[in-house]
Write a protein that binds this ligand. Sequence first.
Ligand SMILES: Cc1cc2nc3c(=O)[nH]c(=O)nc-3n(C[C@H](O)[C@H](O)[C@H](O)COP(=O)(O)O)c2cc1C
Length: 355
Amino acid sequence: MTAGYRLIRPLLWLLKAESAHDLALWTLTRGLVPASGAPDDPVLAVDLWGRHFANPVGLAAGFDKDARAIGPVFGLGAGFVEVGSVTPRPQAGNPRPRLFRLSEDEAVINRMGFNNRGMAAMRERLTAWTAGGGPGVVGVNIGKNKDSKDAAADYRACTEGLADLAGYLVVNVSSPNTPGLRALQSRAALEGILGAVRRGLDAMAPDKRPPLLLKVAPDLTDSDKQDIAAVALDFPLDGLIVSNTTISRPAGLAAAHRAEAGGLSGRPLFAPSTALLGDFHDLTRGRVPLIGVGGIFSGADAYAKIRAGATLVQLYSALVYEGPGLIGRIKQDLAGLLRRDGYSRLQDAVGMDRV
Ligand SMILES: Cc1cc2nc3c(=O)[nH]c(=O)nc-3n(C[C@H](O)[C@H](O)[C@H](O)COP(=O)(O)O)c2cc1C
């Protein structure tokens, strides 16, 4: 943690978790958080899907649901930013309180419920970002409205409304806070949803179609994993994001809020989500690019995800605990670890623990 954040954190802790989040976003959009000026170490560069990532450390979905702070998040040193989840129509999400800090566990529980301003507002923001010539890859994470009867139609609508502005497109069927959403991870349901998204993409000029990724939950049975891996290989998908928050509550959680309903993220998610990442690397025989997310707090954590099979990584909860200087520290430490082990490019280290 930087000295600055050490001073500010107790003040943020006086606020409810969601108010602190809103303040953080506001501070970023007002340009009040100093940008990290340092250029990225070339060992961190990744070329994937015809896109260049100056470094592999991205901001996970849910922090900037409405694409309000893309530039400032790149300014913190992120190699890419994922906006959303966005739904076709705006929706308010679940009643507050719906976001909880588990300080003793360095974790977060959220049951936000896809609060967002809808795809038309997202389109405006992304259009402005693109028109301004903003650098870097911006992924768009899409979901369904809570009251929608036709999930496939919602995913298709978001595809048609946003895919041309997406650096990559993520079908999110793994948030625990939209009733029935995670059931869409079964093979039949996935094929229905992805088929609808594919038809949306097929209507676009081939050179405008973004890579298509699926974001999965950590709470999967072995047969769920096999089904998802088969879909990823057969469909084929361009990538999997492993993982979303967990509905499980690992033994040993100490914080008072541990029994709140919702998805758990942060430190306790690191081990299960990294094990799942390794499973998907093996089940897809290393052929499907993976983005590793869940409980990354350090360069060593990011490196462990890469060795388990991730080509890119993302984080969210650790920023709450460590502050905005974290991304720079992770990059610096990760570059050091790669060089220590004799790698001149990150991509050579992907999955090295699984061979
Ligand atoms: C408050 C909050 C909101 C989130 N909202 C979304 C979302 O809208 N869509 C999504 O795919 N993931 C969402 N996530 C999950 C994160 O993108 C990420 O997968 C998860 O938090 C694990 O990473 P972490 O341990 O670094 O936080 C959210 C997470 C948090 C904490």
